[in-house]
Design a protein around this ligand. Structure first.
Ligand code: S3P
Length: 164
């Protein structure tokens, strides 16, 4: 079982990856968590000490490894901003699900904590710009789009299940 979840920060990729994996009795991995373990640093530390470009390269390399194994992958919201990562995802032939919702729905979720450097850097309006810039890229990459608003994780799992 292989499946990739994409979407903006706060779309619930990690929660849904865990849920889907549990349902299908397969592994799941969160790309951010994998990178933090590899680097022994938090995402905030990586951004501060190595910069965003270095982080994008880490995401690319991590994905290159992870797509070779079975399981559900929750990507980071920024994977669509890197051309080589986009290309890798396009060529992977693994079903890609885009978790989609309004900007404010994402903001409500991400503004609750400070573990995302871009939320702190950009604030509400800057992040909205980034959301609108990325949306077409998510759509282009996705095989399926699932709206998360007013839905429980179980409802989303059921939707994903009908598409597979
Ligand atoms: C980022 C999203 C984050 C994380 C990093 C950068 C982005 O992942 O990779 O903070 O550029 O959108 P989540 O989408 O899991 O929050």
């Amino acid at each position: 079982m292989q499946l990739i979840l994409i979407g903006f920060m706060g779309s619930g990729k990690t929660t849904i990856a865990r849920k889907v994996a549990h349902h299908y009795h397969c592994d799941w991995i969160d790309l951010d968590r994998y990178i933090m373990q590899e680097q022994q640093m938090t995402i905030n530390e990586i951004f501060a000490e190595k910069g965003q470009a270095a982080f994008r390269q880490m995401e690319f390399e991590a994905l290159q490894t992870l797509i070779q194994h079975d399981g559900i992958i929750a990507t980071g919201g920024g994977v669509v901003d890197d051309a080589q990562t986009r290309h890798l995802l396009e060529q992977s032939h693994i079903p890609i699900f885009f978790l989609n919702g309004s900007y404010e729905a994402h903001w409500r979720r991400v503004s609750r904590n400070d573990r995302r450097p871009l939320v702190n850097q950009l604030g509400h309006d800057g992040l909205r710009e980034l959301y609108h810039k990325r949306r077409p890229k998510y759509y282009r990459l996705a095989d399926y789009t699932i709206f998360f608003q007013h839905k429980t994780p179980n409802m989303m799992l059921a939707e994903i299940d009908t598409q597979l």
